[in-house]
Write a protein that binds this ligand. Structure first.
Ligand code: NAD
Length: 439
């Protein structure tokens, strides 16, 4: 199959690379010249484990290329995927469909023969029909169908998620579109990965419902964690006990500093907005958004408590600023709430993150970046673990404690336990939903 992929962000690039690895001919399109220059040199503009290698393999095989010329990519394509951003629209929290509709217009102008225009971006119910109208209005003679194919990959594990998905969801209205989509995903259906066929509206809704459910699960355990702290329970044990129940499951049940990232915050807001637009308020989701904001804010209080009531003038080493490990994505990361709030309270912040600096430098003004975690902790008054990168899971805590002015730790991902931290020489420790000490 010949595929054009519009947008080479976290979703478009991974999808394009993986489709080419299935054996399809893929042309990836982007407007961003800097990204294109990097891609043409074989450099992935994002950090995603395994991506650059798979990209190189498929470019070398002649199945994958990059261009800024959308018309060139669309000409002769069996399917044109729209994988552009759908951020929160300023003012009303609706999903901003500007990029999707612009792409639809450009695609319409470029269509020559029959193609399926597939929306992979996360879009509110009704958007695929709007895309169809835009294409029809722009190019009344165009021969095409639309299909909805929301993406469920997780940054940091994106290639594996794409190659071994729990399911692929495809919404369509015509048999012709269904055939093209089946051909594209045949390498997965042949290996028995479920391909779920449905209508356009249900496909669009599945994505929002799934993300809002996961955000709710995380927020639920975060709220339970707060109560655990008050009543003397240990949220890690509570999560384990809950997660062993097959009806609940253990995933997305780890208490932390609140959900962030490029999807949950904007998708929960867009779902809430969709509910309001249709006079069916999404009351649970609206509450989840509110509670998550409170959870993030509470993290600053924890660090202030750790530092005996004030962070003013204190040197604090923050370990990890990306919204989760194995990505460089900083969008809506809890660090963007917590770090500025500590800086605002007078703290001198040092930051270490294996891949966060490129994105983070602009977003976190007034902090000092370090490469080495021990260098960042030396002479500090406290360390704060914000992202559970593997390299932060087995630190030499004794070495760290000895080098600090006051060895104190806020472990906002619960990756250590109080006994080990105390034994290593720390004098104060706070975590989430469990007892710490020295505070
Ligand atoms: P992104 O911001 O990383 O990438 C979007 C890309 O599209 C950018 O490179 C931009 O330059 C390009 N673009 C915009 N308009 C264009 C046009 N007209 N022509 C060519 N290129 C254009 O976004 P992302 O994180 O990949 O997300 C894309 C969509 O996928 C969103 O709707 C998102 O909600 C959804 N999604 C994201 C993830 C994730 O983990 N990031 C997971 C599932 C779904």
């Amino acid at each position: 199959m010949k595929i054009a992929m519009i947008g080479t962000g976290y979703v478009g690039l991974v999808s394009g690379v993986c489709f080419s690895d299935f054996g399809h001919d893929v042309v990836c399109v982007d407007k961003d010249i800097t990204k294109l220059n990097q891609l043409e040199k074989g450099i992935a503009p994002i950090y995603e484990p395994g991506l650059e290698e798979l990209m190189a393999k498929n470019v070398a095989a002649g199945r994958l290329s990059f261009t800024g010329d959308l018309a060139h990519a669309v000409t002769g394509a069996d399917a044109v995927f729209i994988a552009v951003g759908t951020p929160t629209r300023r003012g009303d929290a609706h999903a901003d469909l500007t990029y999707v509709m612009e792409a639809a217009e450009e695609i319409a102008d470029a269509l020559t023969g029959y193609a399926v225009v597939v929306t992979k971006s996360t879009v509110p119910v009704g958007t695929n029909r709007q895309v169809k109208q835009v294409i029809q209005a722009t190019n009344p003679g165009a021969e095409f169908d639309v299909a909805s194919n929301p993406e469920f990959l997780r940054e940091g594990a994106a290639i594996d998620d794409f190659m071994r998905p729990d399911r692929v969801v495809v919404g369509f209205e015509s048999g012709r579109a269904a055939k093209v989509m089946n051909d594209i995903y045949r390498p997965l259906s042949l290996r028995d990965f479920p391909i779920m066929s449905t209508d356009l509206e249900s496909a669009e809704m599945i994505k929002y419902a799934a993300n809002a459910f996961l955000a709710t699960k995380i927020t639920f355990i975060n709220e339970i964690a707060t109560l655990c702290e008050r009543v003397g329970a240990d949220v890690k044990k509570v999560s384990k006990g809950m997660g062993l129940d097959g009806r609940i499951g253990s995933k997305f049940l780890h208490a932390g500093p609140g959900y962030g990232g490029s999807c949950f915050p904007k998708d929960t807001k867009a779902l809430a907005r969709m509910g309001q637009d249709h006079a069916i308020p999404m009351q649970l989701t609206e509450t989840v958004i509110k509670v998550n904001d409170e959870v993030k804010r509470r993290m600053t209080d924890k660090v202030v408590d750790l530092c005996s009531g004030s962070v003013n003038g204190k040197v604090i080493a923050v370990l990890g600023v990306t919204f989760k490990p194995n990505t460089d994505d900083m969008r809506d990361s809890p660090s963007l709430t917590i770090v500025p709030s500590l800086v605002g309270n007078g703290a001198k912040i040092r930051v270490v993150d294996p891949h966060g600096r490129r994105e983070g430098e602009e977003l976190l003004p007034g902090v000092v970046w370090h490469q080495d975690v021990y260098e960042a902790a030396a002479d500090a008054d406290a360390i704060v673990i914000l992202t559970e990168w593997n390299e932060f899971r087995a630190l030499d805590l004794e070495r760290m404690a000895k080098s600090m002015v006051t060895p104190r730790m806020a472990d906002l991902r619960n990756i250590y336990n109080a006994d080990d931290v105390e034994r290593a020489g720390f004098t104060a420790y706070v975590c989430i939903g469990r007892d710490g000490f020295g505070v």
